[in-house]
Design a protein around this ligand. Structure first.
Ligand code: GDD
Ligand code: MN
Length: 505
């Protein structure tokens, strides 16, 4: 099976007969002083491994590009992408460009300045070939070292950034070094994933987007930069912060617990503010409490729905969980607390509202737990696994409004599939379409049909598309299996509307 490799950039093809075992992606900017040694060490380390090297270069000096041209003319498995000034949008996009072009079964990303020792690359490859989806070269496990970060200041920034990532994204804790630029990933495990990192930290984005990746750490010593200059700067620091915020806000499944806690705190603060200002009026305390609680609970409902549980917008249960009448019960609690402790009306008001917010949660505890747990359903892994089980010819995550299919897919897919995908994305109803070659009264069993399954995933804004050209087209049972695997069992429990349609040319 083949999965989508378009990462939003015009694909430049790297001609090749079959997939190599490993692609090494190297972003470079003005690294002429390091490149020859890098090539020698990398080739020595990878002797016996069928590999290619994809260099994505943003150099502005006079020497790097001529040198790269010479290296790639001498070694045909070295491919160089020279990005134009307009395309030079930083290290992270250089890496995603390289990832999109890489053909290897595994893809290793490493710096071009020798701070990432090439001899570690085969160890990363072995880890992936032994079953990991992602092998991370880590400075922070036993045997690893960050000594190449020369100044105390950079050590501090590196450690601080790492803790910030850990604190915000539990997803990143599956490795000890989520901010390293040295890692190796099974290509099929991230195929079709749209990466939009800003700054330097592609790996963090991978970890947050794909919490399901099986990850292992491989220790390495981050060496000193001997030649050339580091491009790290205060601006990179700001970009890193922007990247954190972007992952937090725009990845629907990210950082559930923190979003939940922040929204709850914010709702309580609104309650306290409203209560305090109303307390200056002559209104009775219980009325004040009810008004403040209503405002706070509404805010909580809206924010939890649109921030914390955004990806679950098809579940009406959610409204019952957060928008329902916890306040009514809270009012009774407040009356009781006032009676028990009449000297602390404000404190008791806050306590009662905290309870009011917690009541619907507790009532729906089982569902809430489930919402917290799901999170890997959008992982491309699942699509790959599903593709294998259903013996598809090709599968990919499609945009809701896809471009015309390329020639290969067009040959395998039922006619008008783009339109059907669009329809499926808009209706959010999974769909199956079978295009049989004829409607002769005597059906010929040996004639191939074209069939496609489409499963929308609104939370990731994509539609999973699976296509099979075979004498045995997909059946409703296949569609059900696809829905179950891609959405987890909860959708089944809700009785997802399955639609079966048979198209005839
Ligand atoms: N194509 C391209 N475009 N490459 C770039 C750019 C760019 O804008 N900026 C930097 N590079 C290349 C460099 O040429 C080098 O090969 C690699 O990316 C790393 O850049 P350095 O400037 O050497 O970064 P660093 O050593 O400060 O940062 C490294 O350490 C971090 C961990 O502390 C990088 O490896 C990071 O990836 C790593 O996270
Ligand atoms: Mn460096």
């Amino acid at each position: 099976m083949e999965a989508d490799q378009e990462h939003g950039r015009a694909p430049r093809t790297v001609p090749r007969k079959s997939a190599p075992r490993l692609s090494v992606v190297v972003p470079t900017r003005n690294e002429a002083a390091n490149l020859c040694q890098l090539r020698d060490e990398l080739e020595r380390a990878l002797a016996g491994v069928d590999h290619e090297v994809v260099v994505v270069d943003d150099s502005s000096d006079a020497t790097t590009r001529p040198l790269l041209a010479r290296i790639s003319s001498e070694a045909p498995h070295w491919h160089v992408v020279e990005r134009s000034p307009a395309e030079q949008t930083g290290l992270a996009t250089a890496v995603t460009t390289g990832l999109a072009l890489a053909q290897g079964d595994a893809v290793c990303v490493m710096d071009g300045d020798l701070q990432h020792p090439p001899e570690v690359a085969p160890r990363l490859l072995r880890a992936v070939e032994a079953g990991a989806d992602l092998a991370v070269a880590s400075r922070y496990v036993e045997g690893g070292e960050a000594s190449g970060l020369v100044s105390g200041y950079r050590q501090l920034v590196s450690r601080g950034s790492r803790w910030a990532a850990f604190a915000m994204f539990p997803e990143s804790r599956r490795t000890s070094d989520p901010l390293t630029g040295f890692f190796c990933v099974r290509r099929s495990a991230v195929a079709g994933l749209e990466l939009r990192p800003v700054g330097f930290k592609v790996l963090l984005e991978l970890l947050v987007l794909c919490p399901g990746l099986k990850t292992v750490d491989v220790p390495f010593v981050f060496g000193r930069r001997l030649e050339g200059q580091s491009k790290a700067s205060a601006r990179q620091g700001l970009l890193f912060l922007r990247h954190l915020v972007s992952l937090f806000l725009h990845v629907p499944e990210s950082s559930h617990a923190l979003k939940f806690a922040l929204v709850s705190l914010c709702s309580l603060a609104v309650f306290q503010g409203a209560f305090d200002s109303l307390a200056r009026t002559a209104l009775p305390l219980l009325v004040i409490w009810a008004a403040a609680s209503l405002a706070s609970s509404l805010l909580n409902a809206v924010l939890q729905r649109h921030l914390t549980f955004r990806s679950h917008w098809r579940r009406p249960l959610l409204y019952r969980a957060f928008g329902s009448s916890g306040s009514l019960a809270g009012l009774a609690v407040y009356a009781a607390l006032l009676w028990a402790s009449p000297r602390h009306p404000t404190l008791m008001a806050g306590v009662a509202q905290a309870i009011a917010l917690a009541i619907p949660m507790t009532v729906n505890l089982l569902s809430v737990r489930r919402w917290f747990r799901v999170g890997t359903a959008g992982s491309p892994n699942r699509l790959e696994e599903l593709g294998r089980r259903l013996e598809v010819d090709t599968a990919w995550w499609s945009e809701p409004a896809p471009e015309p299919l390329d020639a290969r897919r067009r040959e395998l897919a039922p006619a008008g599939l783009e339109e059907l995908i669009r329809h499926c994305a808009a209706s959010t109803i999974p769909d199956l379409v079978v295009q049989s070659p004829s409607d002769r009264p005597q059906p010929r069993r040996n004639i191939e049909s074209l069939s496609a399954i489409m499963v929308p995933k609104p939370e990731v804004g994509r539609v999973a598309v699976l296509v099979r050209r075979s004498v045995k087209p997909f059946t409703a049972a296949d569609l059900e299996q696809a829905v179950r695997l891609l959405h987890g069992s909860e959708l089944e429990a809700e009785g997802a509307a399955l639609q079966l349609r048979v198209a005839k040319p």
